[in-house]
Design a protein around this ligand. Structure first.
Ligand code: H79
Length: 451
């Protein structure tokens, strides 16, 4: 008896310590971003605004009539792999026009695009050589949409990032399984995890070698194993090194909802402003060392949803962009193109409205950093060189107090109009008079030039 428990103890100790070693390796790895990478981070922070694209064979299902279902339809409707694979056989988005996408996206004022190269369903939206479960080999469309999009982006001066799901509901070797993609998929209850990671890395290598210089890789799905046996078996250190070796400027972003791991370059937040956790799964830890990025849907869905008409107004989306900028964060706004290849008309209209706003007010967003004061219930501040922008999103009174001391103001104007704003310096800060008419704007911005 004693002998058996001793053996169990030794075994347990072995398991625990090997887990801890893996964690320690990933968490404790030393990462010093290269000069190219640091330059790319600055570019990224200056760019401030990107468009996220969720497009795949799931777009055909259009949410199956439910507002809260889209790119997760396979999991949510428990569609087995052999049935789900048929979607690819009639995915034929004949109206796809990469140049048109990029023109409409560019009109929004966005500077980069992040597109799903492979979502959780495992289907590659490019011509992968390591798996034929991809758009070029399994659909009548046959075209490599990533190639076409990259060419269009290059022409327009837009950077392209690839979303890549670490979680995979299709690959048999993604085993042991995590929280999702379980028995319903019809996969054998066996598999070799490491050969799955080898496959993942082979696909990443393709994305980093066949599409020219890219903006970076946006990972998702790590959380599938958060309570699972493979939590520390993602081989992040190795994967991140490969990416940085292949393209030093490529930014690594991982939407794992926990504090950043070494090797990551941008900390993302999903459906939440950094530091907030209304969605219920984000960490409240906010890095002050790396760029931040908030990703948000324009309605309630990432992939195309036929019945989800909960479109946020342009004012709400501008407020999110401004709120992110004031928190020193980028804003990645999502659209889910339709199965025919077109972006939804509602989204295109909003792109153009945001772009019109940014043409006038963009100087208070692009190239700025958050602060000098933190977010307030009424709005945020951004700054660039010797200029402070006070973004008043929600205010009713005739004056507003800003707790800024030790500054010398040259002048204060209403951005977008050549109108001086009156102010009064006090010991505790500045009181600005409000132009009541301007409060009707989506965002009333006081531009303060410092001496
Ligand atoms: O690609 C889009 C979504 O499909 C994906 N991320 C964005 C960018 C996404 N997956 N899940 N979610 C968003 C919501 C988060 C769900 C989670 Fe959980 C809560 C992950 C972990 C806790 C639900 C419960 C899923 C796993 C367990």
């Amino acid at each position: 008896m004693k002998k058996i428990s001793a053996v169990i103890l030794v075994l347990l100790a072995g398991v625990t310590s090997s887990c801890m070693t893996a964690t320690a390796q990933e968490r404790g790895a030393v990462y010093k971003p290269s000069a190219e990478n640091i330059a790319a981070r600055h570019w990224f922070q200056d760019a401030k605004f990107g468009i996220f694209i969720h497009w795949g064979v799931y777009s055909l299902m259009a949410g199956a009539g439910e507002k809260d279902v889209a790119e997760w339809v396979m999991e949510e409707k428990q569609i087995p792999i052999d049935k789900y694979e048929r979607l690819a056989t009639f995915f034929n988005p004949v109206k796809f026009d990469a140049d048109k996408w990029v023109q409409d996206i560019k009109a929004s004022g966005a500077k980069y695009i992040t597109i799903t190269s492979k979502h959780h369903d495992g289907f590659a939206m490019y011509d992968s050589k390591v798996s034929n479960y991809n758009i070029a080999k399994r659909t009548p469309f046959k075209r490599d949409i990533l190639k076409e999009l990259k060419a269009a982006c290059d022409k327009a001066g837009i950077k392209l990032f690839f979303y890549y799901s670490q979680l995979d509901w299709h690959h048999p070797e993604y085993y042991p399984r995590g929280r999702t993609g379980n028995v319903y998929t019809g996969r054998p209850q066996s598999g070799d995890w490491d050969s799955y990671i080898d496959y993942q890395n082979a696909q990443l290598r393709e994305l980093l070698t066949n599409y020219g210089e890219i903006g970076g890789i946006w990972f998702d799905g790590w959380w599938d194993q958060e309570d699972g046996p493979m939590k520390d078996r993602w081989r992040l250190t190795e994967t991140y090194k490969m990416i940085h070796d292949l393209q030093p400027q490529a930014l690594i972003i991982n939407n794992h909802h926990v504090a950043p791991y070494p090797g990551e370059d941008v900390q993302p937040f999903e459906q939440d402003l950094p530091g907030e956790n209304d969605a219920g799964f984000n960490t409240t830890f906010v890095s002050n060392e790396m760029p931040l990025e908030m990703a948000q849907t324009m309605n309630g869905s990432w992939g195309f949803n036929l019945v989800d008409d909960r479109f946020k107004s342009t004012k709400e989306l501008i407020s999110a962009l401004v709120g992110a900028a004031g928190r020193n964060s980028n804003y990645l706004m999502n659209t889910g193109p339709m199965p025919d290849g077109q972006i939804q008309a509602e989204n295109i209209k909003t792109f153009h409205e945001m772009g019109e706003w940014l043409k006038i007010y963009g100087e208070s967003i692009y190239g700025t950093r958050g602060g000098p004061i933190g977010p307030r219930p009424w709005g945020v501040t951004t700054n660039k060189d010797k200029t402070i922008y006070i973004h008043i999103l929600d205010w009713k009174d005739g004056e507003i107090f800003i707790p800024l001391t030790d500054i010398k103001i040259g002048d204060a104007t209403l951005l977008g109009k050549d109108e001086k704003i009156l102010y009064e310096m006090t010991d505790d800060g500045v009181i600005f008079k409000i132009d009541r008419e301007a409060l009707q704007n989506w965002d009333m911005i006081i531009k303060v030039n410092l001496l």
